[in-house]
Design a protein around this ligand. Structure first.
Ligand code: DC
Length: 225
């Protein structure tokens, strides 16, 4: 059996998708593409340009008009890739709390999704790719050869996010982080267009009971099966 060429990994925030996707792409020699960063880049642009995040038409125009460049990492500071828009390196800016707080609103806009899905599909259909997001197996690349849906409880995901913030020297309250995780889940899974849900033919894995090595081993075995 040939290896799956197009691999889709979906799941809620902080379920371990990026860790799994990055490692899998490295092991297979495939392109790793995190689609969440495109929604984050549009959100950052809107905030940076002082555009009201609730102005759907203006935010949609940004997604349609501004090219988001995603390239190999130019610095060894832990980044999986460079994200550049309008000449700004926004690789780390798109991880800031103000982007976290607004990205679910932006990613619910149908016009934004249309513009970004088109670009993601073009990249994915070239094959030899691990694409990570919320709707890759259902909407962006329904023809993917292998679809993984990586889940974990809100409590476990909030614990991971909380630890990340503390490790980076930030300050947070666990209860607030949990509340934000729940709110993003609610928006991501109830939006009208491309809501977060497993594809009918996805393999569902629960990372509450599996650590990162175990998740990787399971998915790598599925690739080789
Ligand atoms: O995976 P992430 O936390 O970087 O995603 C940021 C936001 O983008 C999240 O609120 C959901 C949204 N998103 C989406 O709607 N569809 C995707 N394919 C990827 C991310």
């Amino acid at each position: 059996m040939p290896l799956p060429s197009i691999i889709a990994i979906d799941g809620p925030a902080a379920s371990g998708k990026s860790t799994l996707g990055f490692r899998l792409a490295e092991a297979l020699g495939y392109l790793y593409f995190d689609t969440g960063l495109m929604y984050r880049a549009v959100t950052w642009l809107a905030l940076n340009q002082g555009i009201d995040i609730h102005d759907e038409a203006a935010v949609t125009r940004l997604a349609e008009d501004v090219p988001i460049e995603v390239t190999a990492p130019s610095l060894e500071d832990g980044r999986p890739c460079d994200v550049v828009v309008d000449g700004h390196d926004i690789t780390w800016d798109i991880r800031k709390p103000e982007v976290d707080a607004n990205v679910s609103v932006v990613s619910a806009y149908p016009g934004v999704r249309r513009a970004l899905t088109l670009q993601q599909r073009r990249i994915g259909m070239r094959g030899r790719v691990v694409m990570v997001g919320r709707d890759i197996g259902t909407v962006v690349l329904p023809e993917a050869d292998l679809k993984i849906y990586l889940d974990a409880s809100p409590e476990e995901r909030a614990r991971r996010r909380y630890n990340e913030i503390i490790e980076r020297g930030g300050r947070a309250e666990y209860a607030d982080v949990l509340e934000k995780v729940r709110e993003r889940d609610r928006i991501d899974s109830t939006r009208a267009v491309a809501p977060l849900k497993p594809a009918a033919d996805a393999v569902i894995l629960d990372s509450d009971t599996l650590d990162a090595d175990q998740v990787f081993a399971k998915v790598y075995a599925l690739c080789k099966a």
